[in-house]
Design a protein around this ligand. Structure first.
Ligand code: ZN
Length: 88
């Protein structure tokens, strides 16, 4: 089982634990200089690194070609520009 599936499964049981694993995943990625993919970046808050579950602790909006993610844990917004991709 990979870490992400584990986080989703564990989130409902313990949000704190999934936040811990988010920090861990980030730490490992930094250590080995691996970039997190765009979809991975959207899964956690870049301010408090809590694991984001839309409708549970985050809200996702699209405005001015940006994905705006509102984190209800730290009350901050994360903006990710929407890039024009070729049918992907
Ligand atoms: Zn946050």
């Amino acid at each position: 089982m990979n870490l992400q599936n584990y986080q989703i499964k564990k989130y409902n049981e313990s949000p704190e634990l999934s936040n811990k694993y988010t920090k861990l995943a980030r730490k490992i990625a930094m250590k080995f200089k691996i970039r997190l993919t765009r979809s991975q970046k959207r899964k956690f808050c870049k301010h408090c690194y809590s694991y984001l579950r839309p409708s549970k602790n985050s809200r996702v909006r699209i405005h001015n070609n940006q994905v705006i993610i509102y984190c209800e844990d730290c009350k901050k917004y994360t903006r990710i520009p929407l890039l024009k991709t070729k049918n992907k």
